[in-house]
Design a protein around this ligand. Structure first.
Ligand SMILES: Cc1cc2nc3c(=O)[nH]c(=O)nc-3n(C[C@H](O)[C@H](O)[C@H](O)COP(=O)(O)O)c2cc1C
Length: 210
């Protein structure tokens, strides 16, 4: 109940190295790997892939309609969707472009900054060695462990999965930063005040009895 997606910049305090090691161990326990993206060159490349995917999304009427639907659900008071209160920050305010849930940035993206904004914080990539259904399951379990452990250590996490949904961008990410492994999630864990609670479906709405 305490874990919520963060969207926006972080405080400047870096994540303690022991915590980064713990998150890596949690991913590894499920058969996945957590790589930190720290070199300036890798950060710039990743930022470019995210920007390219986000620009494609913002230009796609079908994608825009889907975003409107996700946020409209919360406007209508339904128990799903992305709440407006969770999208208060500029989606382009960090080194990695965010999803433009409120369509504030219309179709355009600012040109890539030469300077990596300090509020971007740490960027990590969750990967698996293969890309079978079993690997997807492992990636999901690893993600759950990483997110819950981060939450227990007063750390919030942002997601930037746009390039993973476009096959040619995912392939580029795989051969460059992921060094041949299959990228499953792009995350930014960091320190920020926790956002407002988001709606949760009731357990009986998401569980099936045999
Ligand atoms: C596989 C996966 C990918 C996601 N990708 C993004 C993303 O690219 N951008 C984003 O803002 N949120 C992303 N999210 C977060 C969801 O929007 C979020 O989980 C949902 O709105 C529920 O809110 P909560 O995490 O605060 O409970 C992703 C979540 C999952 C599970």
């Amino acid at each position: 109940m305490q874990r919520h997606t963060h969207r926006g910049p972080f405080q400047w305090s870096p994540l303690p190295q022991p915590l980064v090691g713990e998150l890596r161990e949690h991913a590894r326990a499920e058969g996945a790997e957590l790589h930190t993206v720290e070199s300036r060159c890798a950060q710039r490349h990743l930022a470019e892939l995210v920007r390219t995917a986000e620009a494609i999304n913002r230009d796609d009427p079908g994608h825009v309609a889907e975003l409107v639907h996700w946020t409209r659900a919360s406007r209508d008071g339904r128990q799903d969707g992305v709440p407006l209160a969770a999208c208060a920050c500029d989606p382009d305010g960090t080194g990695l472009a965010g999803r433009d849930f409120l369509l504030r940035a219309t179709h355009t993206l600012p040109t890539a900054s030469e300077v990596w904004p300090a509020g971007t914080g740490l960027v990590v990539l969750l990967t698996t060695r293969n890309d079978t259904h079993q690997d997807w399951l492992c990636a999901g379990q690893a993600l759950q462990r990483v997110l819950l452990h981060a939450t227990a250590r007063w750390t919030v996490t942002a997601f930037h999965t746009q390039p993973l949904e476009i096959p040619w961008l995912r392939a580029q990410l795989r051969t460059t930063i992921a060094r041949g492994e299959f990228p499953q999630m792009i995350l930014r864990p960091g320190h920020a005040t926790r956002g407002r609670p988001t709606p949760r479906r009731r357990p009986d709405a998401v569980l099936m009895s045999e």
